[in-house]
Design a binder for this molecule. Structure first.
Ligand code: NDP
Length: 310
C-alpha cells in the first residue's frame, strides 16, 4: 500500500497553496482534486481582490496559475475523490473513489464549501436549462434577456452586477428588506439602473417549458401577494455548505458543519490532520484567506512530522 507524507484533499486556493509549500518542504505531497477541480473560484466571475493581479484575473485562470505553481515543485496532483477516511490511528488510512487505499502520515483537508440550493423541485428540473449557481459560467447564454438572482449576500450582488453587463434586466429576489452584502456591493447594485430589487420576496416556483425557464412565481412575504416575473435565467446565490460529510465522527465539527481548528492554527481535533480554506472558515471565505491557511497547514504538517520523528 502506498504511504505518503502529506495527503491534501481538495484543489481550491487552500489545497494548491498547501501543495506548493509542502512540495518545497520536500514532503512530496499527493493532492486529490475532488469533485470540482479548482474549487469554487472556477465558477466565479472576475477576481479583483486576489493580491498579485493588479488588473484582476478570471477565477479559472487564477486556479490554473496556482495549479501550475504546485506542479512546478512536483506536487503529485491526481484527479478523483477521497471516499473514506480513518483518522483513528496514524498513519491515517484513506480510500479513493476507485478503492485504492493510501496511508498518510499527515492529512490536509481543503475540501471547501459548495453552493446551496433553494430545494424546489422546479429548481432541480430546470437545472442547466435556465437555473444556475454560476453567473460567470452561464450568464453568456442570457445575453439581452431578463434574468433573476436570488439572495442578498456578496455573491448575489456580484452575480447581479456581472449579469447587467450581459442581460437586459436583472431582478434581485431578497427575502428581507435589506442586503447582507458589504456596503460597497450594496451601493453597486442599488445604483445600477438595470437591477430591480424585489424586497420581501421568496420564490415559490420556477416556471418553464421544453425550452427551459420562462418565469418565476414569487410571494411577497409582507403582503402575501403572488407575483410572476418573466425571466429566462434564474441564478441561485444563497450561500454555501462546507464539504465535511466525509469527516463526520472523525473530526470535531462546529454545529453548522465547519471543521473546528485551534485559534491561530489549522490543527484539527486529530493531531496530524490539518484543515485549511473554506471548510474551516466561517468568517472570511476569501480566496486569499484560503491560500493563507493552506500555507499554514503545510508548515504545521512539516513541523508535526519533524516533531514526531524525534
Ligand atoms: P451569505 O451567507 O453572505 O448570504 C446569503 C444570502 O442568501 C443572504 O442574503 C440570505 O438571506 C440569502 N438566503 C439564504 N438562504 C436563502 C433562502 N433559502 N431563500 C432566499 N434567500 C436565502 O452568502 P454569500 O455566498 O453571498 O457570501 C458568503 C461569504 O463570502 C460572505 O462572507 C461574503 O462576504 C463573502 N464573499 C465575498 C466576496 C468579495 O468580497 N468579493 C464575493 C462573494 C462572497 P438573509 O440575509 O435573509 O439570511
Amino acid at each position: 500500500m502506498e504511504t505518503v507524507k502529506c495527503l491534501i484533499i481538495g484543489s481550491g486556493p487552500a489545497g494548491f497553496t498547501a501543495a506548493i509549500y509542502a512540495a518545497r518542504a520536500d514532503l512530496k505531497p499527493v493532492l486529490y482534486e475532488g469533485y470540482q477541480p479548482g474549487g469554487q473560484l472556477t465558477i466565479t466571475t472576475e477576481v479583483e481582490n486576489f493580491p498579485g493581479y493588479p488588473e484582476g484575473v478570471s477565477g479559472p485562470q487564477l486556479m490554473q496559475d496556482l495549479r501550475n505553481q504546485a506542479l512546478r515543485f512536483k506536487a503529485d496532483i491526481r484527479p478523483g475523490t477521497i471516499e473514506e477516511v480513518d483518522f483513528s490511528k496514524r498513519p491515517f488510512r484513506v480510500v479513493t473513489e476507485n478503492k485504492t487505499e493510501i496511508l498518510a502520515e499527515t492529512v490536509i483537508v481543503a475540501t471547501g464549501a459548495s453552493a446551496n440550493w433553494l430545494g424546489l423541485e422546479s429548481e432541480k428540473k430546470f437545472n442547466g436549462q435556465g437555473v444556475s449557481a454560476c453567473a460567470t459560467c452561464d450568464g453568456f447564454f442570457y445575453k439581452g434577456q431578463d434574468v433573476a438572482v436570488v439572495g442578498g449576500g456578496d455573491t448575489a450582488a456580484e452575480e447581479a452586477s456581472y449579469l447587467t453587463n450581459l442581460c437586459n434586466k436583472v431582478y434581485m429576489i431578497v427575502r428581507r428588506d435589506e442586503l447582507r452584502a458589504s456596503k460597497v456591493m450594496q451601493e453597486r447594485v442599488l445604483s445600477n439602473p438595470k437591477i430591480e430589487m424585489l424586497w420581501h420576496h421568496v420564490t415559490q416556483e420556477i416556471l418553464g417549458d421544453d425550452s427551459g425557464v420562462t418565469g418565476v412565481l414569487l410571494k411577497n412575504v409582507q403582503t402575501g401577494e403572488d407575483r410572476k416575473i418573466d425571466v429566462t435565467g434564474f441564478f441561485v446565490a444563497i450561500g454555501h455548505t462546507p464539504n465535511t460529510a466525509l469527516f463526520k465522527g472523525q473530526l470535531e465539527l462546529h454545529p453548522n458543519g465547519y471543521i473546528k481548528t485551534e485559534p491561530g492554527s489549522t490543527r484539527t481535533s486529530v493531531p496530524g490532520v490539518f484543515a485549511a480554506g473554506d471548510v474551516q472558515d466561517l468568517h472570511f471565505r476569501q480566496g486569499i484567506v484560503a491560500a493563507g491557511t493552506g500555507c499554514m497547514a503545510a508548515m504545521e504538517a512539516e513541523r508535526f512530522l519533524k516533531d514526531s520523528e524525534q
